[in-house]
Design a protein around this ligand. Structure first.
Ligand code: FE2
Ligand code: FE2
Length: 406
């Protein structure tokens, strides 16, 4: 069956450009075009779509209003916003009904990729339980400004590394945070990293980008508002999980991109906890108390009290912020990998195991019920025999805090 896509834009030449751009996709896509929100909604009423792409600024019903209506009448569609450059902040902050956003003018390949990404993360984006939690967030966390700026530069065809390092260096607070972190024992680098350019060179751009996102999110957390939640411990657990996940990927001789995805997914796997604890401090406190009282694991209690887990909420937001699909998937299922049907090694497998081993080998909060390893999943993926080697690799990370980065 073809993928049904609706484009809504008030500028006739944008619509005809889209028509021309995607002429060659007619074999796979069934496309409709509407020149304003109300006629888009009328088309939705006739037959729902898989993907809805809307312009942000339109007279009368603007993109946000249109998408909000589309969310109600066509809940199964992936919603994408097309916007001008200056709208980005506004979109990140206010347009909850959008799953993805794209800047105008965009290249056909970019829009195709965003549509494909939305469809592949459908499961994450269209989970009602998760959406209900996200919809209730008072403060939808926005991505750090620098992260958004990095995405902008990187979306160019040939981004220059100098430009990227320059951007990071301009944000004095953030670059100090990145340098402090990469020079700390957590990273176990033998060399001293002296500048953002050096960090990008040594660690790779994707990893530095993830650090900017991680540091930005953790920094924004209001420690005063939530005293029972130990931010330092969570950050240290995330960094530890990232290193373990990468060490596991190395034993699999995984490609550089997969190793990076493992590291990034490890680093960001629990951001959902931050978001939930910040937005619902009292209810999250209940989750933690119930865990400490031995009533169940974090995941059980989150499901019980919120109806969705930190893994799902975190993945939803990371998906919205343009983090790679593989990373989003690994975060989404890190406590329930059995929901993934693919066999063989993946960042999901690495993060699931790394998270568990980090809790087991580095005990930060005694008495905290640890989520079990999903043995059935490991067997079904043909990975169970790898456990002893993975465990040894993680132990080696703990034993040798100083080692050269590859
Ligand atoms: Fe988790
Ligand atoms: Fe975790």
């Amino acid at each position: 069956m073809k993928t049904r896509i609706l484009f809504v834009d008030d500028e006739p030449n944008v619509l005809s450009a889209l028509r021309r751009m995607f002429h060659d996709m007619r074999g796979e896509w069934e496309m409709d075009f509407a020149s304003d929100g109300p006629s888009g909604l009328a088309m939705i009423a006739e037959q729902p779509y898989d993907v809805v792409v809307a312009d942000m600024r339109m007279p009368g019903m603007d993109g946000a209003m249109f998408l909000r209506e589309a969310q109600v009448h066509n809940p199964g569609a992936i919603r994408i916003v097309l916007s001008g450059h200056s709208d980005r902040d506004m979109i990140l902050q206010t347009v909850r009904p959008a799953h993805q956003f794209l800047q105008k003018p965009c290249q056909p390949a970019e829009l195709k990729a965003v549509i494909a990404r939305g469809l592949s993360l459908r499961e994450v984006f269209l989970d009602d339980r998760v959406k209900n939690v996200v919809a209730r967030l008072d403060r939808l966390p926005t991505v750090p400004r620098l992260y958004a700026a990095l995405l902008d530069v990187l979306s160019k065809e040939d981004p220059s590394m100098r430009e990227v390092s320059g951007l990071i260096a301009q944000d004095v607070g953030m670059s100090a945070g990145v340098l402090k972190l990469v020079n700390s024992a957590f990273f176990g680098l033998r060399v001293h990293v002296s500048s953002p350019a050096h960090a990008v060179n040594l660690l790779g751009l994707e990893v530095v980008k993830a650090l900017v996102l991680g540091i930005g999110l953790f920094d924004r957390f209001d420690k005063e508002a939530f005293r029972d939640f130990d931010l330092e411990k969570l950050w240290s657990h995330c960094l530890g999980t990232a290193r373990f996940a990468r060490a596991i990927a190395e034993t699999e001789a995984a490609q550089a991109a997969t190793r990076e995805h493992c590291y990034i997914a490890g680093l960001l796997h629990d951001v959902g906890k931050l978001v939930m604890a910040t937005n619902f401090p009292e209810r999250y406190q209940e989750v933690i108390r119930a865990c400490q009282a031995g009533e169940g694991t974090i995941l059980d209690m989150e499901h019980h009290i919120f109806g969705a887990s930190h893994a799902e909420v975190g993945a939803y937001l990371l998906g919205l912020w343009g983090v790679e699909d593989e990373v989003v998937r690994a975060v989404y299922l890190h406590h329930e990998p059995g929901r993934d049907r693919r066999a063989g090694f993946s960042p999901l497998a690495a993060v699931h195991v790394a998270n568990r081993l980090e809790h087991e080998m580095v005990i930060l909060s005694p008495g905290y019920a640890i989520n079990p390893l999903d043995e059935l999943y490991l067997m079904a993926s043909g990975l169970d025999a790898r456990m002893p080697e993975w465990r040894a690799a993680c132990q080696a990370v703990l034993d040798q805090p100083g080692r050269d980065e590859d």
